[in-house]
Design a protein around this ligand. Sequence first.
Ligand code: GLC
Length: 743
Amino acid sequence: MEKEKLEALLEDMSLQEKADQMLQLMGMFYQLDVNAILTGPAAAFGVSEEDIGMAGSILGTYGAQTLMEIQKNYMENQPHHIPLLFMMDVIHGMKTIFPMPLALGASFEPELAGRCAAAAAKEAAASGLHVTFSPMVDLVRDARWGRVMESTGEDPYLNALMAEAQVKGFQGEDMKEEGKVCACIKHFAGYGGAVAGREYHTAELSERTFRQYYLPAYKAGVDAGAGMVMTSFNTVNNIPATANQWLMRDVLRKEMGFDGVLISDFSAIQETVAHGYAEDKRDAARKAVEAGVDIDMMTSCYSGYLADLVQSGEIEEALVDECVRRILELKNKLGLFENPYKDADPEKEKELILCKEHRALAREAVGKSCVLLKNEGMLPLDLKKKTAFVGPYTDTRKMLSNWAVTGDQKDTVSLKEAAGEVFDQAVTTYHRGTPFLDRDMKLVGFESIEWKGATPEDGEWDEEAEERMFAQAVEAAGEAEVVVMPLGESFLQSGEACSRAMIELPRVQMKLLRRVAAVNPNIVVVLFTGRPLDLREISEIARAVLVVWMPGTEGGHGIADVLTGKVNPSGKLPMSFPYSVGQCPVCYNAFSTGRPCREGDNNRFFSKYLDIPNKPLYPFGYGLSYTSFTFSGVMLDRKEMSEEETITARVRVKNTGSLTGTEVVQLYLQDVAASVVRPVKELKDFEKVTLQPGEEREVAFLIDNEKLSFIRADGTVGSEAGLFRVWIGNCSETENVAEFRRT
Ligand code: GLC
């Protein structure tokens, strides 16, 4: 629709009709829909019947047939026949579920993340959806926070590349195209900085930290053309993000140039009352619309009070028009005025969902996101050896993440099924050994929702059954040459509203590990998790540890590919694994402090703990391979550079092992002294190189002024003269260093 017609439409709409375009409700209000998924607190909405019929968008419902029916009925009743927008959390896959985002971060392959997003978009669009609430681009540093699984990790540079790739994967060059949906980057902003990793908690961030570390990935998403941004639940400078004019108008719209639709998170406008920022829903509506929030997700603040606020003169109607214009423009960008059903097509939906190509991509992504933390000659497995699989993830399909809300566990390939295709069944046994969770662990909130049939356990457990299973598993372990132990968090323990103060495996699983170790030392732990965990004891006991995250629909196949050596692991940690929860939040790009404590220092007055080391157990960027690589020293083509010049830094990387492998060559910089303190290291570039046995290759990185730039003491962005260190290695703890001076 031409711009003039859009303006004429806006002009012709009644005030209440405009307010209702700014209301978003769950699909269940439009028909008793089996697919509807509740992803937030279902408060008493107080939405009137007529407003329900006029809401501008729907979330949480999918399915081509369903959405076509809803759209048809809605448009017949909408006074101007304006089409609905259909939105959904297609976070890491629609029906073909890819590895969770933190796992994709571990691939250090933005191009892969982009391909997964594009495949998800095809399935989502054919299912009738127009917008996905993805990618989540929050920087995360605290393993206690359940939503680290949705992020791509602790580094702003990696997160920015992943954000850009996913937005482009979802939207393509034109979101109107078939198989494309509008991306919604979230949660703006600083949600990952929740104090103590406690969900929905305040984020206490200096503006400099906020801008230097938490904003870059959002900026990358906006620059990639994201059509939508979602507000975050937290406060920023003690003002709820969802009503924060500085954040939304000055930073997001003016500085970043975002001109798309800004949607609140679930009930977040009304929650400004609970925050103590708005007196009531009417006040909340006023403050949110003044901040330029266009859509009110799942509360009646806008639909109930905006018209009255305009009629009483408390807000200008122009504020409402600004929001509605952006909503109509998004519908127009998606081509909905010409074709309100866009790609919705039941036949196409059946053809695309879980198709061979998407499953193959999912399997590839699993193999590239696994991170090998330890391997004392155990992996790849020798298929001739008698092997016992012992652990709760041995034969379950429950390895989608908590945010795979549209996925079905029944479509997932279990590890046992995949192993059955490659291991000699005459010498392979499979035992769960124990439930996922300790009896005393109650997953609050999940017991009341039939969460995709996902009570943590298959069937009921009783003490006697548990003891019997345990004994059988330990016996099988004792009779095997190798014990593969698929252990891990329940998928219900990471995700939204899943903060954990203790980040160990359930006691019952640790008990199984110790009992197995007592009868067989040859243990390979395959770790399913949504977050970094405290792996001290596991790392001591097991002779190999492979992190597989929540791997998704092709989890079994992808993991078996790595265990058997069909795929040589190349994943690197996108987030530090702390030595213990006492270190959280922990990150590699920390500041030195005035009393840095170095390995072996025993001076009392250093920045350290009495009882644990400062270093994480496994650092950012760390991950092993089945082969080995050596790095030459760092070679610089010059020792000085002005801000107009560049330096090329090179290393030669050699595969010194007997298997083809891929290494992620990482470039880190340190600005040794500047107008504000700078991190001891910052990732500034990386390259994945695949080398045959014995092959050596030179890897070169260009260091330009942008890589030296930061937010200086005066608030401007740029570099400063002084000494710099440059590291090139295979993880953030590399000591392969050289120095140069910026003149
Ligand atoms: C949830 C989440 C957000 C999600 C939204 C809609 O509360 O915070 O990430 O997109 O509601 O489901």
